[in-house]
Design a protein around this ligand. Structure first.
Ligand SMILES: [Zn+2]
Length: 255
Protein backbone atom coordinates (compact mmCIF):
# COMPACT_ATOMS: atom_id res chain seq x y z
CA UNK A 1 0.00 0.00 0.00
CA UNK A 2 2.74 2.42 1.04
CA UNK A 3 4.86 1.50 -2.00
CA UNK A 4 1.91 2.00 -4.33
CA UNK A 5 1.22 5.38 -2.74
CA UNK A 6 4.88 6.39 -3.08
CA UNK A 7 4.98 5.33 -6.75
CA UNK A 8 1.80 7.30 -7.42
CA UNK A 9 3.27 10.36 -5.67
CA UNK A 10 6.50 10.18 -7.72
CA UNK A 11 4.60 9.90 -11.03
CA UNK A 12 2.22 12.72 -10.11
CA UNK A 13 5.17 14.85 -8.91
CA UNK A 14 7.26 14.40 -12.05
CA UNK A 15 4.20 15.26 -14.18
CA UNK A 16 3.71 18.40 -12.08
CA UNK A 17 7.42 19.11 -12.59
CA UNK A 18 6.88 18.95 -16.35
CA UNK A 19 4.08 21.47 -15.98
CA UNK A 20 6.30 23.64 -13.76
CA UNK A 21 8.86 23.71 -16.60
CA UNK A 22 6.19 24.89 -19.01
CA UNK A 23 5.15 27.62 -16.56
CA UNK A 24 8.79 28.76 -16.12
CA UNK A 25 9.40 29.06 -19.87
CA UNK A 26 6.04 30.62 -20.71
CA UNK A 27 6.38 33.16 -17.89
CA UNK A 28 9.68 34.23 -19.43
CA UNK A 29 8.44 34.24 -23.03
CA UNK A 30 5.06 35.70 -21.97
CA UNK A 31 3.35 32.99 -24.04
CA UNK A 32 0.00 31.40 -23.29
CA UNK A 33 0.11 28.24 -21.18
CA UNK A 34 -1.90 26.09 -23.53
CA UNK A 35 0.13 25.83 -26.74
CA UNK A 36 1.96 22.60 -27.69
CA UNK A 37 5.45 22.08 -26.26
CA UNK A 38 8.25 22.74 -28.73
CA UNK A 39 12.03 22.77 -28.88
CA UNK A 40 13.43 26.23 -28.04
CA UNK A 41 16.09 25.91 -30.78
CA UNK A 42 14.32 24.46 -33.83
CA UNK A 43 10.72 25.28 -32.71
CA UNK A 44 9.45 21.88 -33.91
CA UNK A 45 6.68 20.35 -31.80
CA UNK A 46 7.76 17.60 -29.43
CA UNK A 47 6.14 14.15 -29.73
CA UNK A 48 4.61 12.30 -26.79
CA UNK A 49 7.68 10.10 -26.22
CA UNK A 50 9.78 13.27 -25.77
CA UNK A 51 7.54 14.43 -22.95
CA UNK A 52 8.00 11.66 -20.36
CA UNK A 53 9.44 13.41 -17.28
CA UNK A 54 13.15 12.75 -16.55
CA UNK A 55 13.32 9.58 -18.72
CA UNK A 56 12.99 11.41 -22.05
CA UNK A 57 15.86 13.73 -21.15
CA UNK A 58 18.08 10.81 -20.09
CA UNK A 59 17.16 8.65 -23.15
CA UNK A 60 17.82 11.53 -25.56
CA UNK A 61 21.16 12.23 -23.85
CA UNK A 62 19.99 15.75 -23.03
CA UNK A 63 19.61 16.68 -26.73
CA UNK A 64 16.66 17.54 -29.01
CA UNK A 65 15.63 14.53 -31.14
CA UNK A 66 15.44 16.67 -34.29
CA UNK A 67 18.15 19.34 -34.15
CA UNK A 68 20.47 17.63 -31.59
CA UNK A 69 20.96 20.90 -29.70
CA UNK A 70 21.19 20.56 -25.89
CA UNK A 71 18.03 20.58 -23.79
CA UNK A 72 18.57 22.70 -20.66
CA UNK A 73 19.28 20.88 -17.35
CA UNK A 74 16.36 22.82 -15.90
CA UNK A 75 13.90 20.26 -17.35
CA UNK A 76 15.06 17.04 -15.63
CA UNK A 77 16.14 18.94 -12.47
CA UNK A 78 12.72 20.56 -11.96
CA UNK A 79 10.93 17.26 -12.67
CA UNK A 80 13.14 15.40 -10.22
CA UNK A 81 12.85 17.95 -7.40
CA UNK A 82 9.08 18.24 -7.85
CA UNK A 83 8.75 14.43 -7.75
CA UNK A 84 10.66 14.27 -4.45
CA UNK A 85 8.72 17.17 -2.88
CA UNK A 86 5.39 15.61 -3.89
CA UNK A 87 6.50 12.32 -2.33
CA UNK A 88 7.37 14.15 0.90
CA UNK A 89 4.00 15.94 0.96
CA UNK A 90 2.05 12.71 0.39
CA UNK A 91 4.00 10.68 2.97
CA UNK A 92 3.71 13.43 5.59
CA UNK A 93 -0.08 13.63 5.49
CA UNK A 94 -1.33 10.39 3.87
CA UNK A 95 -2.60 8.94 7.14
CA UNK A 96 -4.37 11.99 8.56
CA UNK A 97 -7.85 11.24 7.19
CA UNK A 98 -9.88 13.69 5.05
CA UNK A 99 -8.06 16.80 6.31
CA UNK A 100 -4.81 15.15 5.19
CA UNK A 101 -5.87 15.46 1.55
CA UNK A 102 -6.23 19.24 1.95
CA UNK A 103 -2.84 19.45 3.66
CA UNK A 104 -1.25 17.42 0.83
CA UNK A 105 -2.88 19.76 -1.70
CA UNK A 106 -1.47 22.81 0.06
CA UNK A 107 2.02 21.40 0.38
CA UNK A 108 2.15 20.35 -3.28
CA UNK A 109 0.90 23.78 -4.39
CA UNK A 110 3.51 25.48 -2.19
CA UNK A 111 6.29 23.23 -3.56
CA UNK A 112 5.17 23.93 -7.12
CA UNK A 113 5.30 27.72 -6.65
CA UNK A 114 8.71 27.57 -4.91
CA UNK A 115 10.18 25.28 -7.59
CA UNK A 116 8.97 27.60 -10.40
CA UNK A 117 10.46 30.76 -8.87
CA UNK A 118 13.68 28.97 -7.89
CA UNK A 119 14.27 27.69 -11.45
CA UNK A 120 13.37 31.13 -12.82
CA UNK A 121 15.86 32.94 -10.55
CA UNK A 122 18.65 30.38 -11.14
CA UNK A 123 18.33 30.76 -14.92
CA UNK A 124 17.71 34.45 -15.35
CA UNK A 125 18.44 36.09 -11.93
CA UNK A 126 14.92 37.47 -12.05
CA UNK A 127 11.72 37.15 -10.04
CA UNK A 128 8.40 36.84 -11.94
CA UNK A 129 6.59 39.44 -9.78
CA UNK A 130 3.01 38.90 -10.95
CA UNK A 131 3.33 35.15 -10.51
CA UNK A 132 4.76 35.63 -7.00
CA UNK A 133 2.04 38.09 -5.92
CA UNK A 134 -0.77 35.93 -7.36
CA UNK A 135 0.64 32.82 -5.66
CA UNK A 136 1.03 34.68 -2.34
CA UNK A 137 -2.67 35.58 -2.31
CA UNK A 138 -3.70 32.05 -3.36
CA UNK A 139 -1.50 30.31 -0.76
CA UNK A 140 -2.54 32.67 2.05
CA UNK A 141 -6.24 32.15 1.22
CA UNK A 142 -5.71 28.38 1.22
CA UNK A 143 -3.99 28.49 4.63
CA UNK A 144 -6.79 30.64 6.10
CA UNK A 145 -9.34 28.07 4.82
CA UNK A 146 -7.31 25.38 6.59
CA UNK A 147 -7.81 27.32 9.83
CA UNK A 148 -4.67 29.47 10.10
CA UNK A 149 -5.00 32.96 11.60
CA UNK A 150 -5.28 35.62 8.88
CA UNK A 151 -3.73 38.23 11.17
CA UNK A 152 -0.60 36.10 11.70
CA UNK A 153 -0.20 35.61 7.94
CA UNK A 154 -0.59 39.31 7.12
CA UNK A 155 1.83 40.22 9.91
CA UNK A 156 4.33 37.59 8.70
CA UNK A 157 4.14 38.87 5.11
CA UNK A 158 4.62 42.52 6.17
CA UNK A 159 7.52 41.82 8.52
CA UNK A 160 9.54 39.69 6.08
CA UNK A 161 8.68 41.85 3.05
CA UNK A 162 9.72 45.06 4.84
CA UNK A 163 12.89 43.49 6.34
CA UNK A 164 14.12 42.31 2.93
CA UNK A 165 13.03 45.58 1.32
CA UNK A 166 15.20 47.50 3.82
CA UNK A 167 18.15 45.17 3.10
CA UNK A 168 17.84 45.80 -0.65
CA UNK A 169 17.63 49.55 -0.02
CA UNK A 170 20.53 49.64 2.50
CA UNK A 171 22.85 47.52 0.32
CA UNK A 172 21.73 49.31 -2.88
CA UNK A 173 20.80 45.95 -4.41
CA UNK A 174 24.22 44.42 -3.69
CA UNK A 175 22.99 41.82 -1.19
CA UNK A 176 19.90 40.80 -3.09
CA UNK A 177 17.71 41.90 -5.97
CA UNK A 178 14.60 44.05 -5.85
CA UNK A 179 12.44 40.99 -6.57
CA UNK A 180 13.51 39.18 -3.40
CA UNK A 181 11.33 41.22 -0.98
CA UNK A 182 8.29 40.00 -2.95
CA UNK A 183 9.38 36.41 -2.35
CA UNK A 184 9.74 37.48 1.31
CA UNK A 185 6.03 38.49 1.24
CA UNK A 186 5.23 34.99 -0.01
CA UNK A 187 7.37 33.39 2.69
CA UNK A 188 5.69 35.46 5.42
CA UNK A 189 2.18 34.81 4.08
CA UNK A 190 2.82 31.05 4.12
CA UNK A 191 4.58 30.74 7.49
CA UNK A 192 2.90 33.57 9.42
CA UNK A 193 4.43 35.47 12.33
CA UNK A 194 6.73 34.59 14.13
CA UNK A 195 7.66 31.35 12.30
CA UNK A 196 8.57 33.36 9.18
CA UNK A 197 11.47 34.94 11.08
CA UNK A 198 12.93 31.46 11.59
CA UNK A 199 12.35 30.68 7.90
CA UNK A 200 14.32 33.82 7.01
CA UNK A 201 17.10 32.89 9.44
CA UNK A 202 17.36 29.42 7.86
CA UNK A 203 17.52 31.05 4.40
CA UNK A 204 20.38 33.32 5.53
CA UNK A 205 22.29 30.46 7.15
CA UNK A 206 22.06 28.21 4.07
CA UNK A 207 22.63 31.12 1.65
CA UNK A 208 25.61 32.40 3.65
CA UNK A 209 27.23 28.95 3.82
CA UNK A 210 26.75 28.30 0.10
CA UNK A 211 28.04 31.78 -0.84
CA UNK A 212 31.11 31.30 1.40
CA UNK A 213 31.82 27.87 -0.13
CA UNK A 214 31.49 29.28 -3.67
CA UNK A 215 33.85 32.16 -2.80
CA UNK A 216 36.46 29.83 -1.29
CA UNK A 217 36.26 27.48 -4.29
CA UNK A 218 36.50 30.57 -6.53
CA UNK A 219 33.37 29.58 -8.44
CA UNK A 220 32.17 33.17 -7.91
CA UNK A 221 33.80 36.49 -7.03
CA UNK A 222 32.44 39.17 -4.70
CA UNK A 223 30.83 40.87 -7.66
CA UNK A 224 28.94 37.84 -8.99
CA UNK A 225 25.18 38.05 -8.59
CA UNK A 226 24.06 35.01 -6.60
CA UNK A 227 20.37 34.09 -6.85
CA UNK A 228 18.75 34.42 -3.42
CA UNK A 229 15.31 32.95 -4.20
CA UNK A 230 16.52 29.31 -3.91
CA UNK A 231 17.54 30.00 -0.30
CA UNK A 232 14.30 31.80 0.53
CA UNK A 233 12.44 28.82 -0.97
CA UNK A 234 14.51 26.34 1.06
CA UNK A 235 13.99 28.36 4.27
CA UNK A 236 10.23 28.48 3.64
CA UNK A 237 9.95 24.72 3.08
CA UNK A 238 12.19 23.72 5.98
CA UNK A 239 10.40 26.01 8.45
CA UNK A 240 7.07 24.75 7.09
CA UNK A 241 8.00 21.07 7.46
CA UNK A 242 9.20 21.49 11.02
CA UNK A 243 6.74 24.19 12.03
CA UNK A 244 5.43 22.38 15.09
CA UNK A 245 8.75 21.58 16.85
CA UNK A 246 10.12 24.98 15.76
CA UNK A 247 7.14 26.82 17.23
CA UNK A 248 7.56 25.02 20.56
CA UNK A 249 11.26 25.99 20.57
CA UNK A 250 10.40 29.57 19.70
CA UNK A 251 7.91 29.78 22.55
CA UNK A 252 10.61 28.58 24.96
CA UNK A 253 13.12 31.08 23.57
CA UNK A 254 10.69 33.99 23.95
CA UNK A 255 9.82 32.74 27.44
ZN1 LIG B 1 15.27 21.10 -31.59
Amino acid sequence: MLLLLAAFALILGSALGSFANVVVIRLKEKESLWGRSHCVHCHRNLCTSDLVPIFSWVCLGGKCRMCRKPIHWQYPAVEFVMAILTLVAVLRHAFEGPMGAWAIGFEILLSFVLVVITAFDLRWKLVPMEFVLGSTILLAAYRILLGFSALQLVLGALVIGILLGMLVFASRGMMMGEGDPFVGLLMGAVLGFPLSLLGLLIAFIIGGSVAAALLIERVVTRKTEVAFVPFLAAGTLIAFWWSQPLEVLLRYAIG
